[in-house]
Structure formats: structure tokens, C-alpha cells
Write a protein that binds this ligand. Structure first.
Ligand code: SAH
Length: 235
């Protein structure tokens, strides 16, 4: 890694230090486990998965990557944390799913293998990098014309500060303290604008809503906190 890479080393180290607990459904990454079926549902509403080659950018321990593979995708997960790539690989072997993992940046993979993937996913990652626009543009280069690119991130709205940081990290303790920094959150208009500049067309956006009484997540119209977006690269 060089200083010019689009990466915050403290972010990679923070996630990497929790690698061993990534797959504990009650551990620090419980939220990612809980929202995973909703993310897969959204992706399936916009794209066919079975038999498709998909790259999952910033895959962490592979929760989404494995979900895609279970639905029949040939799934490659990439991340810059060595610890997480190892955990993801090991878990994939144990699960016997069609996953591959590589420690490489989105930008470098886009250079090596442009237009090579039927679809691209990049979830809960853009808010952890110095230049999200560079990741968005790399995702647009990775996908084949006609393919879909999916992002999820947190909205820079006061409500997201209250729910994703104050409530989730401090009151309900759903996420480790320090997981998120409000300044790095991305408004839907900013995500759409970056994606448009990268040549992608917005197909749909949906919110991930949390009900503190039932402790359940659901997809809904409220995109003020955590949201999913689907883009298409035109033919
Ligand atoms: N996408 C996964 C994990 C989200 S956590 C999921 O939603 O289940 C954020 C991940 O982004 C961590 O695994 C972290 O190591 C990774 N990450 C942060 N900066 C990165 C970068 N510049 N390139 C690749 N991965 C990065």
C-alpha cells in the first residue's frame, strides 16, 4: 500500500482487529448479519444473480459475498484487510460455497479487469474511504455494460447521527463505538451525482429501517439513515 492509495489505514486496522468475530451472528457485526437478507432481496429485485460473475468491493469477512454465492453467483470479494480476507476465505471453505477473495483495491482491480463483472456490490464501505468518488468510478469500470452496481451507505442527515451513532453505538450498543464518523456520511444526492459522473444510471433507492421495539430491520421509504441504491451501466 502506498500513501497515495484511497484508503484510511486506521479503518482497515479497526475492521481487521475484529476479524475473528466477524461471523458471530451475536457479535460486533450482528447488524450486518441482520440486514443481509434485505440487501440480497433488494439486489434480486434489480438483477439476476444465479450464474453471474459478481465482485463485492470492501467485502469484509464475506457476509454479503457468501450470500450472493449461495444464490448461485460466482462471487469475488475484495478488501484491503489481510485479516478479513483470511477469515472470509476460511469461512467460504467451511461453507463450501463458490467464493473467491483477493486483497486488492477496487481501483487496481478495475485497471486489471475492466468490464469483467456482470454486477458489482459495494456495501457499508464508501463512508470508510478518503475518496468515495474514486471507488464509485472504479465500480463503474468493473461492471460490464448493461450490468448493475449496488451501493449502501449512511445519509449525512441529523437523523442518521442520532440513530446510527448516538443510538446504535452508545445507547443500544448495536455497533462498536467509533464505527462511524458523521462527516463521512453521504447524501443520496451526492451518491447519485458521483455515480452519474461515472456513467451510471440510478434505478432505485430504498431505506433500511430499524424498529427498536421489535428489534427488526425492514426495507422502506425512509432513506434518512441507512439506504441502498441500484445503478445500471448503460449498454
Ligand atoms: N461490505 C461488507 C463489510 C462492510 S465493513 C458488508 O457490508 O458486509 C467495511 C469494510 O470496508 C471493511 O471490511 C474494511 O476493511 C473495508 N475497507 C475500508 N476501506 C477500504 C478500501 N479502501 N478498499 C477496500 N476495502 C476497504
Amino acid at each position: 500500500m502506498t500513501a497515495s492509495d484511497n484508503v484510511h489505514l486506521h479503518e482497515i486496522n479497526k475492521f481487521g482487529s475484529m476479524a475473528e468475530r466477524w461471523w458471530d451472528p451475536q457479535g460486533e457485526f450482528k447488524t450486518l448479519h441482520d440486514i443481509n437478507p434485505l440487501r440480497l432481496q433488494f439486489i434480486q429485485q434489480h438483477a439476476e444473480i444465479a450464474g453471474k460473475r459478481i465482485v463485492d468491493v470492501g467485502c469484509g469477512g464475506g457476509i454479503l459475498t457468501e450470500g450472493l454465492a449461495r444464490l448461485g453467483a460466482d462471487a469475488l470479494g475484495i478488501d484491503l484487510s489481510e485479516e478479513l480476507i483470511d477469515i472470509a476465505d476460511l469461512h467460504g471453505l467451511e461453507s463450501g460455497v463458490n467464493t473467491h477473495y483477493q486483497k486488492i483495491s477496487a481501483e487496481a482491480l478495475a485497471e486489471q479487469q475492466p468490464e469483467s463483472f456482470d454486477h458489482v456490490t459495494c456495501m457499508e464501505m464508501l463512508e470508510h474511504v478518503p475518496d468515495p468518488g474514486s471507488i464509485i468510478s472504479a465500480c463503474a469500470r468493473l461492471v460490464k455494460p448493461g450490468g448493475m452496481v449496488f451501493f449502501s451507505t449512511l445519509n449525512r442527515q441529523p437523523k442518521a447521527y442520532l440513530l446510527a451513532i448516538v443510538a446504535a453505538e452508545h445507547v443500544l450498543r448495536m455497533l462498536p463505538k467509533g464505527t462511524h464518523d458523521f462527516k463521512t456520511f453521504i447524501k443520496p444526492s451526492e451518491l447519485s451525482q458521483s455515480a452519474r459522473s461515472a456513467g451510471l444510471e440510478l434505478q432505485g433507492m430504498v431505506g433500511i429501517e430499524y424498529n427498536p421495539f421489535t428489534k427488526r430491520f425492514s426495507l422502506g421509504n425512509d432513506i434518512d439513515v441507512n439506504y441502498l441504491a441500484a445503478f445500471r451501466r448503460p449498454e
